[in-house]
Write a protein that binds this ligand. Structure first.
Ligand SMILES: Cc1ncc(COP(=O)(O)O)c(C=O)c1O
Length: 452
């Protein structure tokens, strides 16, 4: 029997027998994918699914969008190189043109670009070296709940302690600050809606000569924490953090690896607050579904030496062609606005669930980066109004979704938040279907819980 004939069970058995026990998604999404188009996946047994995972937010235009596949075919059509280290090519310069066009003028005017090994986490490693070199400082500021990747420096800045617990020798000098997580206030009380207290904490911390932390090389932040559970930062907080870091010459590194390119309802999440970051890290969508990662930074930081950050696979020409096509499509079709509208439509259905079930503790996010946090409905809310997270219920919801043809992932504290990251090209009918399946799945999971 060929693999094509083997069905889901056959391929899953093969995978389990041969792949590492560190594998992740197949444990919760037990299928093998035969075909993918737009927002839809088809598994080896012929079942179809709405894909609200979309390569962990990578596939802005969905699977096999003609704008992307045509660009890739054109790139393969003649004798153009596939791989060029960091030697330039017309495809590379066109990609940079599109990337610059996607950024606000005050960022692109003074921008330098570093191509990285092709994963978000390497853009983070590069950004760490960049700001450490530029400032001469070694410590860095990150946030509770943060996710920046799985390599040493990025992992050191991760909020979730689970992935770190077996490891020693992580990058020293990382200090985690409270993130303005409205539902689970780091200060243990409700009321910091605009993040003013959280921002004041950062300012007081930095101004305290007894803070125990050396002058930082940079502050790394996601403006919607993705893996952290679709937690959006209030714009007022973001503006305050920009002011505080600027007044103290601390480079502000905005990680747009997941939020970038239209997902949150603006081309970049930092545009909601109207700030200018010093450094922006990008990957996922900017490669059009192929591996690509870059750091865009203010030229004043460009003090590192040749070779200070290198990597063999910085020159993936197919990814640049796919990325250019994706960026152009997102800009030409105002997919940021579309994401805002479709996100609002989905949000309405999710808000209705929050109103109906005590087990839905919080619905949040921006644009098409949304999350639903599940909680223990029988527990008393804490002083901030939050009930304890219920990761088992979230897990059941994910399974009920999968069985009904909807692929979602979990994130947030302990994996208690169902996350939606659909392709930005979802239309209103797709959104309504996704909302209907999710609504049924939540009802089934909650009812299973209350059944004796
Ligand atoms: C905000 C953010 N930064 C960095 C990364 C790491 O990217 P990669 O998995 O490509 O290394 C991710 C991945 O999910 C992310 O969401």
């Amino acid at each position: 029997m060929t693999y094509e004939e083997a069905g889901n069970a056959g391929l899953l058995d093969q995978q389990a027998a041969r792949e590492s026990s560190a594998r992740t998604y197949p444990r919760h999404l037990p299928f093998a994918i035969r075909e993918a188009s737009g927002v839809e996946l088809t598994d080896m047994d012929g079942n179809t699914y709405y894909d609200c995972l979309a390569g962990a937010g990578t596939l802005a235009l969905g699977h096999n969008h003609p704008a992307v596949t045509d660009a890739m075919e054109a790139a393969l059509d003649d004798d153009r190189p596939i791989h060029t280290l960091d030697i330039t090519t017309p495809a590379k310069e066109r990609f940079v043109d599109s990337l610059m066009a996607s950024l606000p003028d005050d960022v692109s005017e003074n921008a330098k670009v570093q191509f990285c090994s092709p994963a978000g986490t390497d853009a983070i490693e590069a950004a760490l070296k960049l700001v450490k070199t530029a400032t001469g400082n070694d410590d860095v500021l990150a946030f509770r709940g943060a996710y920046h990747g799985m390599t040493n420096g990025a992992l050191s800045m991760m909020g979730d302690t689970h992935a770190k617990k077996e490891l020693s020798g992580l990058m020293a000098g990382v200090h985690h600050l409270p993130y303005p997580y409205r539902y689970r206030s780091p200060f243990g009380e409700a009321g910091d809606e605009d993040g003013a207290t959280a921002a004041r904490y950062v300012e007081r911390f930095l101004d305290d000569p007894g803070r125990g932390v050396r002058d930082p090389a940079g502050l790394f932040v996601e403006l919607v924490q993705g893996e952290g559970g679709a937690v959006p930062a209030p714009d007022e907080w973001t503006r305050e953090i920009r002011r505080i870091t600027r007044e103290r010459d601390i480079p502000m590194v905005v990680d747009e690896i997941q939020s970038g390119l239209g997902r949150t309802g603006e081309t970049y999440a930092f545009e909601h607050a109207g700030i200018t970051p010093d450094v922006v890290t990008l990957s996922k969508a900017v490669g059009g579904g192929l591996p690509l990662a870059v750091v865009v930074y203010d030229e004043s930081l460009d003090g590192w030496e040749p070779g200070a950050h290198a990597g063999t696979f910085r020159g993936n020409q197919l990814a640049m062609a796919a990325g250019e096509a994706t960026i152009d499509y997102v800009l030409e079709h105002d997919l940021d606005d579309h994401a805002e509208r479709m996100g609002a439509r989905l949000r309405e259905a999710l808000d209705a669930l929050e109103a109906r079930y005590d087990a839905v503790g919080d619905v949040r996010g921006r644009g098409l980066m949304l999350g639903v946090e599940f909680v223990d409905a029988d527990a008393e809310p804490d002083d901030a109004g939050a009930r304890p997270a219920d990761e088992d219920l979230a897990d059941r919801v994910r399974t009920e979704c999968f069985e009904r043809g909807l692929v979602i992932e979990l994130g947030g504290r302990g994996g208690s938040t169902a996350r939606f990251l659909p392709p930005l090209i979802v239309d209103a009918d797709d959104v309504d279907e996704i909302a209907a399946i999710f609504t049924e799945a939540v009802a089934a999971a909650v009812n299973a819980e209350v059944a004796p």
